[in-house]
Ligand binder design. Structure first.
Ligand code: AMP
Ligand code: ZN
Length: 115
């Protein structure tokens, strides 16, 4: 855990968040600035700065996140209608928090191409 990392502090329970799901590898919270009727962040419990920093030693973390996303989509009632999973990577990718997370967006049709 990094004490300066916003999402590490949320995972540790030091900062409040609207948690919707938790397991051994993942904590899911509602995004504070939702871009869709359902906008959830799937946070890795482990501090990994970005998906581009995943190492072999972290094997399984993305599977855990995707599996958690499936569960949360069911909970949110959007599993059948569909939804979008997004990973922003680095500056041009639009990443603003350097802690591995996946956005789960749904509850409305998603446009393509993305902005
Ligand atoms: P990204 O831009 O992909 O790094 O995503 C970071 C996301 O975290 C943004 O969608 C923010 O709205 C969201 N966010 C920032 N601070 C908080 C917070 N305290 N609780 C929940 N979501 C947050
Ligand atoms: Zn962190």
């Amino acid at each position: 855990m990094s004490s300066e990392c916003l999402f590490c502090r949320i995972v540790a329970g030091e900062l409040p968040a609207a948690q919707v799901y938790s397991d051994a590898a993942v904590v899911a919270i509602r995004d504070i600035s939702p871009q869709a009727p359902t906008h959830i962040l799937l946070l890795a419990r482990k501090h990994i700065p970005s998906v581009r920093d995943i190492a072999k030693a972290d094997h399984g973390v993305m599977t855990e996140i995707c599996s958690a996303a499936t569960e949360v989509a069911k909970q949110e009632g959007i599993a059948d209608a569909g939804y979008r999973l997004v990973i922003n990577v680095g500056r041009d990718g639009g990443q603003t928090v350097d802690h591995l997370h996946v956005h789960l967006l749904g509850g409305r049709p998603m446009a393509w191409p993305p902005g």
